[in-house]
Design a binder for this molecule. Structure first.
Ligand SMILES: Cc1cc2nc3c(=O)[nH]c(=O)nc-3n(C[C@H](O)[C@H](O)[C@H](O)COP(=O)(O)OP(=O)(O)OC[C@H]3O[C@@H](n4cnc5c(N)ncnc54)[C@H](O)[C@@H]3O)c2cc1C
Length: 385
């Protein structure tokens, strides 16, 4: 067993960290307060090439391995969760199906500019009436004149208000429920596509979120992304594993930022004649956080390694996500307690970590939905060790 990162991975981490600290960190507070997508920063960041992290070099990508990509997601979330959400959407879910199933022409038209940051993508699962329960998807796609006609509304779409293209989950065979779902590429200029309300959010505010409307949107047959209709859920497994581990590492990053700031605060804040860091109850918070953080991060990288090795790891990815995101809730809560009343002031960072961390509980499967699946799996088979 060797728990060390390779020299290449360490070097990559240092390079990303430098870029994130130079470009994003100084603007994190401003991005959060504005609640707008920082397009100028996006362009500057895209020029570094990271948006093509997982895509083939022939389309302008970096073809990075899974561990490299996870290092990137972790470093990015250290500075601004909002910016990280938009960027990771572009790198992972927003371009995955186009990259894997798009025709050569689609890849040239959509993927290549997306990797350069010239086009923004997203994925649309969620609807007003269905989030966790994708079997309840009402958006439909019906075959007509050799293509497909899409009707429906999607809610809570990251990058929705600014996207140039989206991958839409639609029902192609209502009688089959989950087995009747398929993915379609829709570009913003397609007649019948429009944007609904932008959602004002509690956290992750630098990434804009909103509703997308599909009103008799006609797309050609090649815009069905997958191996024929009805394969949507089956084809989602690989990318969902990556999304879950990415979310786990986002959580580790936010937790670590929150508690690192709290550490500095505890060392200099004086109460009853000495720094609060001298009090046992404050020290206990750091001790517990340290243990949970190390365990969560270790498990997240183990799950990443399992993906990379092509091992079955669906439950490991779920466990990593569930544990790390809960650890993060605890860490941001403790950080705000250590800051006392100042945690309530906008000028101090803990409130931003506290708000941002909430999103991690939902994306990639809610805590409860993951627990349901994991509890059932444990009862069936026990732990894997
Ligand atoms: C900031 C943000 C960005 C997002 N971006 C996107 C995006 O880009 N694209 C997209 O498609 N979606 C996006 N979403 C939506 C997200 O994927 C959903 O919020 C998530 O899937 C949960 O669905 P829901 O909110 O409808 O909750 P519901 O599914 O309605 O769940 C409500 C509550 O019931 C619980 N619950 C549901 N089913 C069960 C069960 N079987 N057992 C026990 N408890 C259960 C849930 O855990 C939760 O506590 C985003 C959400 C947020 C907050």
């Amino acid at each position: 067993m060797d728990f060390r990162f390779s020299e290449e991975h360490e070097f990559f981490r240092t390079t990303v960290r430098d870029a994130v600290d130079r470009l994003i960190r100084p603007r994190a507070q401003e991005i959060d307060e504005a609640g707008e997508f920082p397009m100028d920063l996006w362009k500057e960041f895209a020029a570094l090439g990271y948006l093509g992290l997982r895509h083939p070099e022939k389309y302008g990508g970096m073809e990075a391995d899974v561990i490299t990509s996870m290092i990137f997601y972790e470093e990015l979330a250290r500075a601004s969760c909002g910016f990280a959400m938009s960027a990771t959407m572009q790198i992972l879910m927003g371009t995955y199906f186009v990259g894997r199933f798009g025709s050569e022409e689609i890849k040239q038209r959509v993927l290549v500019p997306a990797i350069k940051g010239e086009k923004i993508g997203t994925i649309c699962f969620t609807e007003d009436q269905s989030g966790s329960d994708l079997g309840g998807t009402r958006t439909s796609a019906v075959q007509k004149d050799g293509g497909w006609v899409i009707n429906g509304r999607k809610m809570w779409i990251t990058n929705g208000p600014i996207c140039d293209f989206c991958t839409v989950l639609a029902q192609t065979d209502p009688e089959k429920g989950m087995d009747g779902l398929s993915y379609f590429l829709v570009e913003k200029d397609t007649p019948g596509f429009s944007r609904g309300q932008k959602i004002e959010k509690l956290g992750s505010r630098g990434s804009v979120t909103g509703e997308l409307i599909f009103d008799n949107v006609k797309v050609p047959a090649e815009n069905l992304l997958g191996e024929g209709p009805g394969n949507g859920m089956r084809l989602s497994t690989d990318i969902l594993n990556e999304v879950r581990v990415m979310t786990a590492l986002n959580a580790c990053a936010i937790a670590n930022e929150a508690m690192s700031d709290a550490r500095k605060y505890a060392l200099q804040r004086v109460a009853f004649g000495k720094p609060i860091a001298k009090y046992q109850l404050i020290r206990a918070k750091f001790a517990k956080h340290w243990a949970w953080y190390e365990a969560a991060r270790l498990y997240a990288y183990k799950a990443a390694w399992m993906i990379q090795e092509g091992m079955p790891c669906q439950f490991d990815c779920m466990l990593a996500k569930m544990f790390a995101t809960e650890m993060c809730q605890k860490a941001v809560d403790e950080a705000t307690r250590i800051y006392g009343g100042n945690s309530f002031a906008s000028e101090y960072p803990p409130q931003r970590y506290f708000r941002d961390a909430r999103f991690l509980l939902f994306g990639g499967g809610t805590h409860e939905v993951l627990q349901n699946a994991l509890g059932a799996a444990y009862l069936r088979q026990g732990s894997s060790t």
